[in-house]
Design a protein around this ligand. Structure first.
Ligand code: PBG
Ligand code: ZN
Length: 390
């Protein structure tokens, strides 16, 4: 449920400078130049009048001056740079600033709607989730700074740890599950440590353990390892138990296929592998039996919930797992599956509500007890309408 991307300008800045320069005014100068350019385009398009444009331009220049002179306090979160500037502009000059800000935010939405929520936006979505009756969220964190060892994945003050603390403090009723994997945190985009062309399975395990324990400390209700390293469930279980978190369940991405359906997610998370692919640790779509064996292994290692992923092209695996095992089964209706439905619906080719209902029903029918889906908020609203007889 933690979906999407940085606003485009901010993402570029993050890539260029990394987190270390969060106080570097070059960054702000660039973002402000971007905002002015955007305002100018709006002026040309007749969306702003001359007076509004002038107010925006001089307002932004004033802000930059304040930054350069050190008269400004910024949030530590680099993701907030862009939001900070335009919110501040709105605070100073009122309506024109707000107009620019809304126009920019709308522009930054990608067609698939798999976008990342920056810290200032997270409440907007969580309030909706809490009201909708959805039981919980699955979090993915994207750090401003990625390195070879994915160190932000297990930093106590990492973005994901902070997000968990925030959610548990403000939305205690929501079950907070966290995806445990290194690929969103590594510069090379692989799910484990890398040496040459090799993924170092055993060397990765302690890092996954560290990540899980730090998330449990932050208040996570459940740990969901998606890294596909061998022996990960056993290692994480032991680490959690030893650190006093025996009660925290593990939801294992047991049957996770090497799939092209993860495309939009990787684009959003900037987590596509820098070289090679994930076939050495994710499963071959041709192997149904291997999936059952992997699930069996994870159960033996102590998984409490097992998962099949993606959903629609693998319903046979889901069904077989539901007939074979007694544990609760989860299915992950992934980003590519979501994007295909959204794109077809946006073109008027299908009836979104009916298609989504049919797809999710199929997942239930095949045996899923838990469905992880980006359609969750829409589905919850439709179910409510249905209950109200609409
Ligand atoms: C991290 C992870 C991925 C997804 C969930 N956890 C990406 C991947 O394995 O490449 C995919 C989610 C989606 O496509 O919606 N390992
Ligand atoms: Zn991964």
């Amino acid at each position: 449920m933690w979906k999407g991307r940085f606003s485009k300008p901010t993402a570029d800045l993050v890539q260029r400078y990394g987190e270390s320069v969060s106080y570097d005014w070059r960054l702000f100068r660039q973002d402000i130049a971007g905002s002015i350019a955007h305002a100018r385009a709006q002026l040309k398009a007749g969306l702003l009048n001359r007076e509004e444009f002038d107010a925006i331009e001089s307002g932004l220049k004033d802000i930059l001056k304040d930054i350069e002179e050190g008269n400004f306090t910024w949030s530590r979160e680099l993701e907030d740079v862009h939001m900070n500037i335009e919110s501040e502009l709105t605070r100073r000059i009122g309506a024109p600033g707000a107009k620019l800000h809304t126009a920019r935010s709308r522009n930054d939405q990608v067609a698939t709607d798999t976008r990342l929520y920056c810290r200032t936006e997270i409440d907007e979505i969580l309030e909706k989730v809490e009201k909708s009756g959805i039981s919980g969220v699955l979090l993915f964190g994207i750090p401003a700074h990625k390195d070879e060892r994915g160190s932000q994945a297990y930093a106590p003050g990492g973005i994901t740890q902070r997000a968990v603390r925030w959610i548990k403090a403000h939305y205690p009723g929501l079950v907070c599950i966290v995806d445990v994997c290194l690929c969103e945190y590594t510069s090379h985009g692989h799910c484990g440590l890398v040496q040459g062309d090799c993924i170092l399975n055993d060397e990765t395990l302690p890092l996954l353990c560290q990540m899980s324990v730090s998330l449990a400390r932050a208040g996570a209700d459940m740990i969901a390892p998606s890294d596909m390293m061998d022996g990960h469930v056993a290692a994480i279980r032991e680490a959690l138990d030893e650190s006093g978190f025996a009660q925290i369940p593990i939801m294992a991405y047991s049957a996770k296929f090497a799939s092209a359906y993860y495309g939009p997610f990787r684009e959003a998370a900037h987590s596509a592998p820098g070289f090679g692919d994930r076939k050495s640790y994710q499963m071959d779509p041709a192997n149904g039996k291997e999936a059952i064996r992997e699930i069996e292994t994870d159960i033996e290692e102590g998984a409490d919930i097992v998962m099949v992923k993606p959903a629609l092209a693998y319903l046979d695996v889901l069904k077989e797992a539901s007939l074979t095992f007694r544990l609760p089964l989860a299915v992950y209706n992934v980003s590519g599956e979501y994007a295909m439905v959204k794109a077809a619906a946006a073109n008027g080719w299908i009836d979104e509500r009916k298609i989504v209902t049919e797809n999710l029903t199929a997942m239930k029918r095949a045996g899923a007890k838990i469905i992880i889906t980006y359609h969750a908020l829409d589905m919850a609203a439709w179910l409510e309408e249905e209950a109200a007889g609409k």
